[in-house]
Design a protein around this ligand. Structure first.
Ligand code: PSU
Ligand code: MN
Length: 303
């Protein structure tokens, strides 16, 4: 059998061999989620936060026909400044490998790569979900399908609030994905702590999450789970303030005829302009917060 097309960084390879706690990180947030240089600076800061917490970060991307698990400084900088990087999901991850096109991994693709690499926990900003108007556009992120089938714990500040959050929760339930409010009864709304929606489940510690995962493993329930970790109070933009910005951005996307993979990157960039950069500041803060919780969960799974 051919070997897997994976190249590990020395740090990640050593950590996996030693059975240490490792946290996967995605790269679409770098290439399509934030402007340069914030994208690269954030990626570095998130990695540093995970190390400070006693785990090893593994940022994942596709370059030169290989899945790279763990990126060095120069490669991260290159990825953060490159143009024409494919935004990869389940449908086209292998396409980028076969054609040797550079690609960044979304939540769905990062979960697939993390599973292949033997990494159980993954931190991001917010998962993709059911877009508003999906009854017409059928735009439902492949992230939801992936959570239903691939066994990786995903720590996120809920789903991005540009989405239809009630429908997103419904689809997650249908696919058998546990959605756990971390220290909260409410499903968080990315930039805001509150969505007005109840989190289906609640746990307050990393140890409890590890115990839940072990129980799932024991009875043979595969698939991911979503740890919905609200942005810290000091960094949040209240939902009432975001509402107007979100509506304006959705209108701009409609007017510009944005569709498919371009929708989420368009909305994130447009919100950044509308909020004079404060949506980006909050986005960075929530990713850092998710990285800390993911590191704690990765460690608890090894305990
Ligand atoms: N979280 C962020 N910024 C992002 C994303 C997540 O803070 O840019 C990315 C993730 O890679 C996620 C993707 O998988 O947005 C969702 O894209 P879509 O809606 O096209 O499935
Ligand atoms: Mn989509």
């Amino acid at each position: 059998m051919a070997s897997l097309p994976i190249i590990y960084s020395p740090e990640v390879e050593a950590a996996l061999a030693a059975g240490k706690a490792v946290v996967a990180l995605e790269s679409t947030i770098v290439t399509h989620g934030m402007p340069y240089p914030d994208n690269v600076e954030t990626a570095r800061a998130v990695e540093a936060e995970i190390r400070a917490r006693g785990a090893v970060p593994a940022t994942i991307a596709v370059l030169d026909g290989h899945i790279r698990v763990g990126l060095d400084e120069a490669t991260l900088e290159r990825l953060g400044t490159m143009t024409g990087v494919m935004k990869l999901s389940r449908a086209d991850l292998a396409f980028a490998l076969a054609t040797k096109r550079p690609g960044s991994t979304t939540v769905a693709a990062t979960m697939i790569c993390a599973r292949l690499a033997g990494i159980d926990v993954f931190a991001t900003g917010g998962i993709g979900g059911v877009h508003q108007g999906a009854e017409e556009s059928f735009d439902i992120s492949a992230d939801l399908e992936e959570l239903g089938r691939t066994s990786v714990i995903v720590v996120a500040a809920g789903a991005k609030a540009i989405l239809d959050l009630p429908k997103t929760l419904e689809v997650l339930e249908t696919k058998g994905v546990p959605v756990i409010g971390f220290g909260t009864d409410e499903f968080p709304a990315f930039w805001s702590r509150s969505s007005g929606l109840k989190a289906p489940l609640r746990l307050d510690t990393a140890a409890e999450i590890a115990a839940f995962q072990k129980a799932r493993d024991l009875i043979g329930i595969a698939g991911g789970m979503l740890i919905a970790n609200p942005v810290p109070e000091a960094d949040e933009i209240p939902a009432v303030r975001m509402k107007g910005f979100i509506e304006a951005s959705l209108g701009a996307a409609r007017d510009a005829g944005i569709s498919a993979k371009a929708v989420t990157p368009f909305l994130l960039a447009d919100m950044f302009d509308r909020t004079a950069g404060s949506s980006l500041k909050t986005n960075i803060a929530l990713v850092m917060n998710n990285a800390r919780v993911a590191a704690d969960i990765a460690k608890a799974l090894k305990a």
